[in-house]
Design a protein around this ligand. Structure first.
Ligand SMILES: Cc1ncc(COP(=O)(O)O)c(C=O)c1O
Length: 345
């Protein structure tokens, strides 16, 4: 008779991550260092909160993106749906773009050198780029037929998503966000007719978020805590919506700089401002944290330090960790004198 064997039960952690082949590690993660520099050392030297950018991540993103597009289109330069981004430029569908081209062709001083579009930001569907490239291709063919001249460039704007968790999207970014290869493929297959020209018109991409978001980290500290009436624990941290404009749309990854053992309880991360809306995360499982615990929020490299505000708190320093591991101050922390000097006497 076969002996009964006890089933082997293995803990896999977060089931969604595990299902998709990623790590089964339980949240929150520990990040003791950023690019080899201990978080505690950065805080000691530059204070908290502190924005930290990694040159290595930015350069690597640039290299990957450039290579992926270059593999499908020979001449590419990198500078930098719904709802439709219609605020700028000339609309193609309602004839505005054609009206602009006609006026240029009529003028003796102007020539159509190229075309540009920007379809939006955090575009999760690469086929949006196929459609844009297809429509621009038709437009270019018509312009070239009428003008008799070949265009020299086309620019597909920015908009590739970063590995950030858009609120309202169930899947983690590792699953929901397309790879740069997917975007490059979508664009490349529509532009093969231009790619075969010698020389091919230059393709510009103006990617912002995709290149810098994952390179940015925000170190922040727990300042205090209280139990909310609904049972969640509110941790007040020294960085709030004043520094994290994009927290309205994105749920950041939260790491601790060292392991904290204990029961994980539903918690809220509140910033240092005086309003209830200063909430960086309204539902996060955290072990019991003490004052001065360092938290590392990421990715925060896109559109935060450019849209931050000075209200109640000074704006913090921004440092860059170079590829050689040197920490350089890109911008020092704000001081009272900085604000006073703007005021009339
Ligand atoms: C014309 C243009 N190009 C590029 C970008 C960069 O967009 P993203 O950061 O989504 O790549 C923007 C941002 O709004 C833009 O307006």
């Amino acid at each position: 008779m076969k002996a009964y064997s006890k089933p082997n039960i293995v803990k896999v952690g977060n089931p969604l991550y595990a299902k998709h082949g990623a790590t089964g590690q339980v949240y929150p993660f520990v990040r003791e260092e950023i690019e080899g520099i201990p978080v505690s050392k950065l805080v000691k030297k530059f204070g908290s909160p502190l924005f930290v950018f990694s040159e290595t991540v930015m350069r690597e993103k640039y290299r990957q993106t450039f290579q992926s597009i270059k593999a499908r289109y020979p001449n590419v330069l990198n500078t930098g749906v719904y709802p439709v981004w219609s605020r700028f430029g000339f609309n193609l569908e309602n004839g505005q773009a054609w009206a602009a081209v006609r006026r240029i062709l009529k003028s003796r001083k102007l020539r159509v050198g190229g075309v540009h579009c920007h379809i939006g930001t955090f575009i999760l569907d690469p086929t949006a780029y196929s459609k844009a490239a297809r429509k621009l291709s038709e437009f270019i063919k018509n312009i070239e037929n009428i003008s008799g001249e070949k265009i020299q460039f086309l620019d597909l704007g920015g908009g590739f998503a970063s590995l950030s968790h858009l609120k309202g999207i169930y899947q983690p970014p590792e699953v929901a966000v397309p790879s740069v290869e997917d975007y490059a493929e979508a664009i490349g297959k529509e532009l093969s007719w231009l790619a075969s020209r010698r020389p091919a018109p230059t393709l510009f991409m103006e990617l912002g978020r995709h290149l810098v978001d994952e390179a940015g980290f925000l170190i922040t500290q727990v300042v205090g805590d209280k139990l909310l009436p609904d049972g969640r624990r509110s941790y007040v941290i020294d960085a709030g919506v004043n520094l994290l404009y994009t927290s309205t749309w994105y749920k950041f990854r939260v790491d601790l700089d060292h392991e904290v053992k204990g029961l994980m309880t539903p918690s809220v991360l509140n910033g240092p401002l005086c309003m209830n809306i200063d909430t960086v995360d309204e539902a996060i499982l955290l072990p019991r944290l003490k004052r001065h615990q360092n938290l590392i929020l990421s990715p925060v490299g896109a559109y935060n330090v450019t849209q931050w505000m000075q209200f109640i708190q000074y704006r913090p320093a921004i440092v860059l960790i170079t590829e050689k591991g040197k920490v350089e101050v890109l911008r020092r922390a704000e001081r009272l004198e900085d604000l006073n000097q703007l005021e009339s006497a």
